[in-house]
Design a protein around this ligand. Sequence first.
Ligand code: FES
Length: 307
Amino acid sequence: MPITFAGRFAHAQRWAGPLAAKLQPLIGRAVAPPAVRNALDGVWLGAPLHPALTDVPVGSWTAALMLDGAAAVSRDEDLAGAADRVLAVGTLAALPAAVSGLNDLRDLIGESRQVAMVHALLNVLGLSFTTASLAYRRAGRRRLGRGLSATGFLISSSAAHLGGKLSFGLGIRVNRTMGQFAPDAFVPVLDESELEGGALRQVDVNGVSVLLARSQSGRVCALAGTCTHLGGPLAEGSRDGDTVTCPWHGSRFDLCSGAVQQGPAVFAQPRLEARVRDGKVEVGLPGEGGTELPELTTFTQAADGSG
Ligand code: FES
């Protein structure tokens, strides 16, 4: 059971999950073109887009609250005008943040879907207060406008807290291969013959799932077998040329470099070294000290074509 008020509140809203389930097909259709999905997921950024976009409204509304307080104490009209402007900046910036957040809702299930729906609705409510505040400020009713934006700030802060719970408590948009370690020496895992015919094979190496396949050019490639998006089993996915598509939500990765070719995953699949010795496929990360599976070396190792 969550210990914060917002967490308990979200946990109690049992109707929110079914409501989100009804919205998910609509969201899926709205973001159907791959270019739109990749843009909103953050594939181009190499990081989830939604958390980056939310910094602008949260920061602007915090600044507006501070400026409102200073203006009320000092009766400085310049400070009051500055508060209005940063409040407007935050309100405008909330729109792309909301769109990217709705996009993130489309693949969630269970508790994370319910919490995400409450997070979204609280954000809509907070944004409504902030928008009303701007209207009253324009009409010269600054005192009421300040009260409305302060209320909106409290609501949006609760929503932001739930966003943190989604990331840090429920692992949404977190790289699901973090914390996995590869052996620092080559370990035999499979007969070479088992990689014939474009097969995708999953093996367990020191408790870490590893995907093995032979590329079209004959190279043996090894990636983390757990999808970086939400942990789908890549070996149960489909292969097209030298790419593998996750069976859960359709993320597509380069089979040898691990690079993301299609979201919703935004983090590359970590890559291990692989070789064939005496008819056995061996994998590991020799020379890296039994390291945690690295995301960025995925790209540098792939670039030099080693392996
Ligand atoms: S788990 Fe979502 S695309 Fe793989």
